[in-house]
Design a protein around this ligand. Structure first.
Ligand SMILES: Cc1cc2nc3c(=O)[nH]c(=O)nc-3n(C[C@H](O)[C@H](O)[C@H](O)COP(=O)(O)O)c2cc1C
Length: 416
């Protein structure tokens, strides 16, 4: 095959590299999302083969799916035995079958073992061959409320089919979002090497009020902390995410505790650590280091005649308390440095290890263009308690997060 995906393959991560996904499309209006789902899966490294029922083909053209996947769409089962090749024979065997959108008709047929379309036949074979199946139902609420449809869904779940809850609005049970569908695929295919571990992550900036409408904060976006939480969730960990204000959506299925000020973050972390034993603490938040000594309870007038004095004081050190509360927790602290060289950054990391008792510090130079605060990428040096270092090259925060968690598993001897 020639270079297939015009540069998008792996552009959002390599979580699905080497995976072949069968994207089954059925006769629901949500079929218009199918090209987008295919492209997102490819952006995460997957190869995609599309399979369309007749119902789907009356709504979208197979040619669109040929473009989206750069593979021949399957619209009819022929003497080539596509359903057997895709479920039994390497190298064509699928890693996962994704039915999105999944019509009431197709779901019910699969639940009863009916195999009369390319989609139902492939799904039936996949169940027998032990290939994971995820279905994203989409239909009007009248169909969704039909007890026969619901009992068929229950039956499918009993067969190991993962069904993604639709979003019910405007009289419709709408297909889950493309982001949630792709995340479900990634999660299903990620090896569960953190199963049973409890992890706390802090993420984002904090806000320190100057008055009711103005505040002191920093450029942290929450991306690095969210990427760590998401990677740990994909690997099977139980994640508590204490997050400062962020414009981004936090990863689904983490226990999320929103906070605003550094004091709130410190108090929340302390409460959690007193209640529950955690294996790992990832202090990826950038809590504001200073706060106004006397925030005004009323809005300060913008018509001031002389410079406004703003007196600041240091805030609580969130990571300072962690090892006191749970001496056995593995603590990874994060340190943002501005324009320091490698040796200086490592020295700063060692100082933080001394101060906080951290087992590891991830230090980065936020002056590097495209890395650090707000950026999609990061580049860090991991400094361990014994002074050993691991360089993690500039890459997507998701990839950096995965490598940091690999380093944790290695250092804590939890690597399977
Ligand atoms: C425009 C249009 C939109 C439809 N949308 C849905 C839908 O969202 N969900 C659903 O279960 N059926 C929907 N249907 C009905 C299915 O297409 C119909 O039940 C068909 O037999 C499904 O076949 P399939 O499951 O093999 O694709 C729609 C039909 C049309 C014409």
């Amino acid at each position: 095959m020639t270079e297939p995906y015009t540069g998008i393959k792996g552009s959002r991560g390599d979580e699905l590299a080497g995976r072949r996904i069968g994207l089954c499309i059925t006769g629901s209006v949500a079929a218009f999302h199918a090209p987008e789902i295919a492209r997102e899966l490819i952006r995460h490294g997957a190869e995609v083969v599309s399979v369309l029922s007749n119902g789907a083909q009356s709504l979208i053209q197979p040619e669109l799916m040929r473009w989206a996947t750069q593979n021949d769409p399957i619209t009819v089962i022929t003497g080539k035995m596509e359903h057997i090749r895709l479920t039994e024979e390497e190298p064509e065997r699928l890693s996962l079958v994704l039915i999105a959108p999944a019509s009431a008709n197709t779901l019910s047929k699969i639940a009863s073992g009916v195999s009369d379309t390319p989609v139902t036949l492939l799904a039936s074979c996949a169940i027998g061959a032990g290939i994971p199946i995820i279905a994203a139902p989409s239909m009007h609420t009248s169909l969704w409320a039909n007890p026969v449809v619901q009992s068929n869904l229950e039956r499918l779940r009993g067969l190991g089919v993962e069904t993604l809850s639709p979003l019910v609005s405007e009289g419709k049970a709408k297909m889950a979002s493309v982001t949630d569908i792709v995340e479900a695929v990634i999660r299903r295919l990620t090896p569960k090497d953190m199963e049973g571990l409890r992890i706390m992550v802090t993420a984002g900036p904090t806000y320190e009020p100057i008055d009711p409408v103005r505040l002191i904060t920093n450029r942290s976006s929450g991306k690095m902390g969210f990427a760590l939480a998401q990677d740990a969730l994909r690997r099977g960990a139980n994640v508590t995410l204490v997050s400062g204000p962020s414009a981004l959506a936090p990863p689904a299925s983490a226990e999320i505790i929103p906070v605003e000020t550094t004091r709130e973050m410190a108090d929340t972390v302390a409460e959690q650590l007193k209640e529950t034993e955690f294996n790992l603490f990832l202090a990826a938040a950038a809590p504001s280091d200073f706060r106004p000594v006397e925030p005004s309870s009323a809005k300060i007038s913008s018509r001031i005649e002389r410079p406004l004095d703003l007196k600041l004081e240091a805030t609580e050190k969130v990571i300072g308390q962690i090892k006191h509360l749970q001496p056995n927790i593995f603590l990874i602290a994060f340190k943002a440095e501005w324009d320091k060289n490698r040796i200086e950054m490592i020295e700063q990391a060692k100082v933080l290890i001394q101060e906080s008792g951290a087992d590891m510090v991830a230090v980065n130079n936020v002056a590097v263009k495209g890395a650090g605060f707000g950026a999609d990428e990061n580049q860090v040096i991991l400094v361990k308690k014994d002074g050993a270092t691991i360089d993690i090259a500039l890459d997507l925060k998701q990839v950096v997060a995965h490598k940091i968690l690999d380093a944790y598993l290695e250092a804590s001897h939890k690597k399977p």
